[in-house]
Design a protein around this ligand. Sequence first.
Ligand code: ATP
Ligand code: MG
Ligand code: MG
Length: 551
Amino acid sequence: NEKVSRNFIQNIIDKDLAEGKYDKIVTRFPPEPNGYLHIGHAKSILLNAGLAKEYGGDFHLRFDDTNPMKEKSEFVESIMEDVKWVCGDLDLEKVFYASDYFDKMYEYAVLLIKKGKAFVCDLSPDEIREYRGTLKEPGKNSPYRDRTIEENLDLFERMRAGEFEDGSKVLRAKIDMSSPNINMRDPIIYRVARMHHHNTGDKWCIYPMYDFAHPIEDAIEGVTHSICTLEFEDHRPLYDWVVREIGFEKPPKQIEFAKLYLTNVVTGKRYIKKLVEDGIVDGWDDPRLVSIAALRRRGFTPESIRMFMELSGVSKAQSSSDYAMLEYCIREDLKMKRPRMMAVLDPVKLVITNYPENEIEYLDVSNNQENEAMGTRKVPFGKVLYIDRSDFMIEPPKKYFRLYPGNEVRLMNAYFVTCTDYITDEDGKVTEVHCTYDPETKSGSGFTGRKVKGTIHWVCAETAQKAEVRLYENIVDEEKGVYNEDGSINVNPNSLTVLKECYIEPALAEAEPMESFQFVRQGYFTVDSRDSGKDHLVFNRIVSMKSSYRP
Ligand code: ATP
Ligand code: MG
Ligand code: MG
């Protein structure tokens, strides 16, 4: 079984535990609270939480809130909710904030200065860039590199006290300006910036840089395996330098894996943000997006997301997964769990001319033919029904087995009907289809007299509930790919179809937000959590029945 084969991270952990490097593993998910989480983050959450669970270790949710410029506490709430939802059974009593370690980080910076491993630099940002050199060319030492320890301690203290303008001085690690790795060329570890912080308020006017802060956060929390995405591979030597120079006893180890990408789907936080800001979608939880809030609102389940992550695997090689695989996962998850109901999205009336007037009969219908444990329900049937407009044609093409004049079909869960006539309006649009039914053909009666090729669904007009149904397509025009040459997104103008006059079984009237159902022949649908109400039901299509993915 391929599923039980170990990924490369499990192999590393197995080895570390076998060699006694750590007794217990600690992993973390460190989002920056600067936006909503998306499906890529779900991969990181499930990977880290999953490893902690598998090895009996701990998993920390840590807000990496060291850059007040972009961060907002509004996002802390949404991230917490999303992480809990993705993980299911996670106990999140312990939530960590990197900003709680600002005092420690300051102390460690002082320690580096005392060891002669950090210095205050007065070069301007442009000069620093210039001195840094290029991939082909080594950098040059800053003229401030040889300041004495005393001078550095004094200047850094005064940076903290607010004596210097924003951007006028930085603290830099003293490593190696000729290193082939540019990250090691005396990187900046602290900057002066007067910014209000959501957690520490105005206490600080200096803030640590990510490459200095992150390893310290991990080490303070006793993280053993700090799992991040490939773009940090080049930063690992600096990560190791920081934990070594500060002298942490059991330093954490950084491990990189490839980001999750979905073919033709907009995943990056930056791009999702742009779609929201440009008003192309109606917020971060628009069901066409792949933010976690949007996937939830669309009707994806945590189980389907987890199955998807299992299938897509963990690797160091960059690749792109297919959205069709995610659709396969949600169908698989809902198939046996959700009732199969009838809903007519594009209605036309069907009148059964030989059925008694004013009579409603209640048919026994199985809730899920593949899962008898889900029981049955009563579905009303009467003289006037709604059927889907596409299930009737005046002049059918070859191989059309649904209704047309003279043809007999099965009304799902009910009777055979034969089309006898139809009515059109002045534009030629069909307004009613007329049929006769054969009482002997009642579903469940064991009738075997003759067979029909087509089965169509329907809803009894008198008892039907009206509903709005929203159908979605990719927000991106797949023919053209995700991005234009100028970096803008190729928006699909037909990504949303709103059907205002749909008719659903009365049993669906009680559906609660987030509840989901199969609408037979049409896919899986969920009650929209934002716009649906008792007197105005709104359903989102999660996924159609058709699959283009083969497991
Ligand atoms: P984005 O690139 O979409 O802006 P980010 O990396 O800036 O996301 P963070 O809040 O910094 O977002 O990320 C938190 C964690 O999620 C990091 O460890 C990051 O590596 C991980 N992560 C982000 N995107 C993906 C992805 N597509 N696949 C797997 N992990 C991801
Ligand atoms: Mg980031
Ligand atoms: Mg980013």
